[in-house]
Design a protein around this ligand. Structure first.
Ligand code: AKG
Length: 285
């Protein structure tokens, strides 16, 4: 049962108006992604970065795949890939090892947007003496991506959550990702389909502090934050269309708005990344 104590407003860090914005671009600019990694801006949106036929081709491959799985109550929907949330390192890496060949096969298409994204980001980081690569542990690697289609039927298709709490999960203390904790978490999302209305990203101007996370029991999971705790927090509702690629600081509480009808589907291809040290941006899913 939720106590009135846990429903107190969330406290934490909020950015000023120069920071708390989603900068819009009409083509990919990897330097803008580095601004998110550096914590200079909350989010960046590359409108129409993926051509409609490429997005449609990849989303069709997702829906047709025999490897598509159902995800449970914490984030209802369908997915292909592996996710780190609330599990030990060994389990995640086993799942990543199984998922990576499937993901490579699904993305073996002309103009793979992940390849384009990492090639651009890699070149920009190289000028700073840094690389982007999957997080590792004892010679094993993180999953390269995660396909998802959220289908929560409540106030949100995906409940309000943050992406940085899980980086301090003791179950994964030995995983290289643990080194990113405290740095901005850049959440990469490539929208493959979102026909009709709804499906916006809801993004609150708060990075919850440890006291709030502990009070709500989300210190290591970052999920879910009760809606009641967020009503007074500034928010942005970001329109998302097929072909858009967006990157935002996942340490802020965020959620996904439901589509307007149950038959609509909103499918994205995602990964997360952050500096483990000044020379290494590591990725995971
Ligand atoms: O689909 C989106 O726009 C955001 C997804 C998200 O919040 C997540 O995967 O943590």
């Amino acid at each position: 049962m939720t106590s009135s104590l846990s429903l107190r407003p969330i406290t934490g860090w909020s950015g000023n108006k120069d920071y708390f914005t989603f900068r819009e671009y009409d083509k990919f600019d990897p330097e803008a992604v580095i601004d998110v990694l550096d914590g200079k801006v909350a989010g960046v949106m590359f409108r129409g970065m993926v051509a409609p036929e490429v997005a449609a081709n990849i989303s069709q491959r997702f829906w047709d795949s025999p490897h598509r799985k159902v995800r449970g109550v914490e984030a209802p929907g369908y997915y292909i890939g592996a996710y780190t949330w609330n599990k030990p390192t060994g389990q995640y890496l086993d799942e990543a090892e199984e998922a990576n060949p499937i993901l490579r096969d699904l993305l073996d298409v002309p103009n793979d947007p992940m390849k384009e994204f990492y090639a651009g980001l890699g070149s920009s980081l190289a000028k700073r003496g840094a690389v982007v690569r999957p997080a590792e542990h004892e010679g094993r690697s993180a999953a390269i991506a995660l396909f998802r289609s959220w289908h929560g039927r409540g106030a949100f298709a995906l409940e309000p959550h943050d992406d940085d709490s899980q980086c301090s999960d003791p179950q994964m203390a030995d995983f290289e990702r643990n080194r990113v904790f405290g740095n901005p978490i850049a959440a990469l999302n490539i929208c493959l389909e979102n026909e009709g209305g709804g499906g916006r990203l809801v993004y609150w101007n708060i990075q919850p502090d440890l006291e709030s996370k502990r009070r709500l029991g989300v210190e290591y999971t970052g999920s879910p934050y009760p809606h009641e705790c967020l009503v007074d927090v500034e928010s942005k509702w970001i329109d998302v269309h097929a072909g858009d690629v967006y990157v935002f600081n996942g340490a802020h509480v965020h959620a996904v708005e439901p589509n307007t009808t149950e038959r609509q589907t909103r499918t994205t291809l995602a990964a997360m990344m952050a500096y483990a040290d000044p020379q290494n941006v590591v990725t995971w899913s």
